[in-house]
Structures are given as structure tokens and as C-alpha cells.
Design a protein around this ligand. Structure first.
Ligand code: HEC
Length: 447
């Protein structure tokens, strides 16, 4: 795989080559500025750490050991990760790279919560890499991890701030807005708890949401705020304040809870313990009179003691006179799913927009047979360009666009979703976990 990459960059356009010697290529700087001081002491062939990890980061072998190499860690290898992917760039390259998982400290709740078998964050036992070092390595991976040439600005390394685990405390109440509070609630030992709570705002007039904040007690996998589709039949709406568990005590899905998902639209959410999102100035989302929100919390407890979950949510409202554009939600939903038994199937579906659309956020939704969810642009100069990708049906990335992604009238998105139906029954669209879905949710505004 390494020689294949070298071949490609020699014939193709590839990264810019420096003149003969490679003293300060991006890859050289990663080694001299980051690996030499913080990694090589352990990651040397003859040390016990070196043997345990099966990874040497000394200059003679580091490139071959990382790029295009299968991880020693069995869970990461089984998930299809490479230490650093040699074949994919951009977001796919990053999502396929185990090195990035192992150093990306700001995402540590996801790392420990979702990947109990991925070992420890690196550098092992040390402080996380600085935000500048992370940005530098990330840019290199996104550029296809070339051995030569300059693909990341060395000025990135000047940012010496570091991620610190934030201390959980209640959010200050918003000046113009409301605060919602869930918990404290218990998460039993060795278990996951995911539930929904219908939460009425009891607003007598329309409100305009301009900013959302979330603060969560540690251990949270994610938290999401949903609204309901306009046409939702009244008897499908949840009873206010009732806690609806996603799984019963035996671990089976509760059908009524799943069913409500048919009518939900995500507004904002977070996988990180603290989250603060504001729409661009002048943009806000209308919450009509008597809005009912659905709050969705998911906690994972891998310890042998009960832990406690707790979530604060702030909704900040705009003065209606400030609102120039209304943020809205779309759900591009392919209802005509047919996945034959025992086959891998890729479905494609195009969705075109009639009006010029400014997209602020994208997130995909599918069930457990999904292996890849790609979204490409349709039309215009960037026709065919990959704009979104998810490999993990349970944790699709929430992708924010700042500045917004502008889709001209007549242009749109092509969804290309691959499913592995390993069962002996055909699968169609449906809300059970044994059925499938192919939805791209988005937040947007029009001119
Ligand atoms: C104190 C020793 C130590 C230091 C320092 C250290 N590591 Fe590790 N590393 C380990 C051990 C032990 C493992 C195997 C256990 C695990 O994955 O948690 C490992 C595993 C890894 C793996 C996974 C290897 C595989 O294929 O499974 C990567 C990638 C990695 N380290 C990168 C780094 C980087 C990059 C740095 C520097 C920023 C670093 N490590 C610093 C000890 C260390």
C-alpha cells in the first residue's frame, strides 16, 4: 500500500514536492516537533511499550508503521480503521484513522464511551497534545498523509492551548430565553440508558431560537433536542414530562419510543460535555406557539457502580425584529428502500432544491445495516464533490458549515448509502431497528 501511494504521488498531481531534501516537510515537522518529544520514548521497537503497541515511531520506520498500516488493536482493525488511511483524504481519511482516534483528546467522551476496546488516549499517561499539534496532524491526515511536501501551515503549531476536561456545573440562565433541566438520574452499573422526555415550552407566542447551549455531567454519549413535524397527528405526540426509555430492562427496544422517531426533527445536539451553537447573525428558528420539544439523553456507564446523569439546556431567543432569515429543518428521506437478503446494496437518491438554500448543518440517520452514508453535491462547479460521510450508524457526525454551504436553485444533494443486509430476510423502510432508513437531516435558510 505504501509503494502504491508513492507511485501515485510521483505520477499524479499529488502534494507539492520540496527540492530534494525533505528537512521541513509537514511529515518531518510532525516527527521532530511532536513525535520525538512525546511519543518515541515509548514507541521504539525494543521497549515493552513498543512491543505491546506494535508501533515504532522512530524516524527510520515511522512512516511505514503509520500510513496504510493496520492497527495492532483488534477492535480498531475489526472496525476497518487504518493507523492512518493512505487511500482516503478529507473527512473519510480522518474517520478511518486510528491515530486520530488515539490523540483526539477533545472527543474523549466519545472515545471512552463508544470504544471500550480502543485502549488509552495518547500520549499515554501524559497531557493531551496541544490544539495546535492536533490541528497540524489533522490537516496532514486530511491531505492524504503525504511523506513529502507542505500540506499544513507550521503556524498552526503556535497554538499551545490544550483541551481540559470541563468541570460540570449548571449553566447560567439565559437573559432572554429558557433553561431546561434533566435529572439528576441514575445510570445502573455496566449499562446504557437512553430516554426521551416530551417538554412543552408553554409559549403563548412564536419564539425565535438563535442559540443553544448544553452542559452535561460526564459519561454522556449524546444529547439531542428534537421538535416534531408540522403534520404529526396529536395522538402520536408524547405525553409531556413522561420519561420514555429506549430499551426495556431486558435490553430490547421499546416500540412506542421508536415509533415517535418517525415524527421527530433534530434541532441541535452534542456528543461533547459542553456545547454552544449560535445561528449566524440575523438567522433564527421559529418555535411556534405551544411548541413541544423532545429531549433525548444517552448515557453509558462502564463502571461497576451506579453513575449520575444530568443535563442543562439553554434556549436563547432573538428579538423578532432582529430576524432576517428563518432557519428551518429538512429531512431528505428515501422511503423506497429495498435491501435484498444476504447482500450488500448501495442505494442512490438525488434531492434537488427549488430555491437557493444556505445549509448550516447536516446529519445522517440510518439503522444498523448501514456501512457507509455518503452525500455528494449535485450540479454547479462542485458537482460530485463529497460533502458529508458517516461510517457509524449509531454516531453519525454532526457537520456544521460556517460559512453556510450555498446550494443554488436546481442543485442539491445525492445520497449514496451502502447497507450490508446480513440477514436472510429482505429489508424495507421502517422504524424498527430491524428495518432501515436513509435520511439526511439538515438545518438551512433561504434568501
Ligand atoms: C508512556 C508510553 C507511551 C507514550 C508516551 C505514547 N504511547 Fe502510544 N501507546 C502506548 C501503549 C502502551 C500502547 C498500547 C495500548 C493502547 O493502545 O492503549 C500505545 C498505542 C498507541 C497506538 C495504537 C497502536 C495500534 O496499532 O494499536 C497509537 C496510534 C499510538 N500509541 C500513538 C502514540 C502517539 C502519536 C504518541 C505521542 C503523541 C504516543 N502514542 C505516546 C504507550 C505510549
Amino acid at each position: 500500500m505504501v509503494s502504491l501511494l508513492a507511485g501515485c504521488s510521483a505520477d499524479g498531481p499529488g502534494p507539492v514536492q520540496t527540492t530534494g531534501h525533505r528537512a521541513d516537510s509537514t511529515w518531518d515537522l510532525i516527527q521532530t516537533e511532536i513525535f520525538a518529544g512525546q511519543c518515541v520514548s515509548c514507541h521504539t521497537a525494543e521497549t515493552s511499550f513498543g512491543r505491546q503497541s506494535g508501533l515504532a515511531l522512530t524516524p527510520d520506520v515511522a512512516y511505514e508503521q503509520l500510513v496504510g498500516a493496520v492497527p495492532t488493536n483488534a477492535a480498531a482493525a475489526a472496525d476497518g480503521l487504518m493507523r492512518v488511511s493512505a487511500l482516503e483524504q478529507g473527512m473519510p481519511g480522518l474517520l478511518k484513522s486510528y491515530l486520530w482516534e488515539k490523540i483526539n483528546a477533545p472527543d474523549q467522551q466519545h472515545f471512552y464511551g463508544d470504544h471500550p476496546y480502543y485502549g488509552e488516549l495518547m500520549p499515554f499517561g501524559g497531557k493531551p497534545l496541544t490544539n495546535g499539534e492536533l490541528a497540524f496532524i489533522r490537516t496532514w491526515i486530511e491531505a492524504g498523509a503525504p511523506e513529502t511536501g507542505h500540506v499544513a501551515d507550521p503556524a498552526l503549531l503556535e497554538d499551545e492551548s490544550r483541551y481540559e476536561v470541563p468541570e460540570f456545573k449548571p449553566l447560567a440562565k439565559p437573559e432572554n430565553g429558557v433553561q431546561l433541566h434533566l435529572g439528576p438520574f441514575e445510570i445502573p452499573p455496566h449499562s446504557e440508558r437512553e430516554f426521551f422526555v416530551g417538554t412543552p415550552l408553554n409559549n403563548e407566542e412564536d419564539l425565535f431560537l438563535k442559540r443553544g447551549q448544553i452542559a452535561m455531567q460526564t459519561g454522556s454519549h449524546h444529547f439531542l433536542v428534537y421538535t416534531f413535524r408540522d403534520q404529526t397527528p396529536a395522538d402520536e405526540l408524547p405525553t409531556p414530562h413522561e420519561v420514555r426509555e429506549l430499551r426495556d430492562e431486558a435490553g430490547n427496544y421499546v416500540l412506542e419510543t421508536l415509533r415517535t422517531q418517525l415524527f421527530q426533527l433534530p434541532v441541535f445536539g452534542s456528543q461533547w460535555p459542553f456545547f454552544d451553537y449560535a445561528f449566524p447573525p440575523g438567522v433564527a428558528m421559529r418555535l411556534p406557539k405551544d411548541t413541544l420539544l423532545d429531549l433525548n439523553s444517552h448515557y453509558i456507564n462502564r463502571t461497576s457502580q451506579s453513575t449520575t446523569g444530568e443535563v442543562y439546556v439553554n434556549l436563547h431567543f432573538a428579538d423578532p425584529a432582529e430576524v432576517e432569515h428563518e432557519a428551518r429543518l429538512f429531512a431528505l428521506n428515501n422511503l423506497s428502500l429495498a435491501l435484498p437478503a444476504g447482500q450488500v446494496t448501495t442505494l442512490e437518491r438525488e434531492f434537488l432544491f427549488e430555491e437557493r438554500t444556505h445549509v448550516l448543518q447536516l446529519i445522517s440517520h440510518a439503522h444498523e445495516k448501514m456501512v457507509e452514508f455518503r452525500v455528494e453535491l449535485v450540479g454547479g462547479e462542485r458537482d460530485g464533490e463529497l460533502t458529508y460521510i458517516a461510517y457509524d450508524w449509531e454516531h453519525p457526525p454532526v457537520l456544521d458549515f460556517d460559512p453556510p454551504l450555498v446550494i443554488e436553485s436546481g442543485q442539491g444533494f445525492k445520497l449514496k448509502t451502502t447497507y450490508d443486509n446480513w440477514t436472510d430476510a429482505d429489508i424495507r423502510f421502517g422504524f424498527l431497528s430491524t428495518d432501515e432508513m436513509m435520511i439526511l437531516f439538515g438545518i438551512y435558510y433561504e434568501d
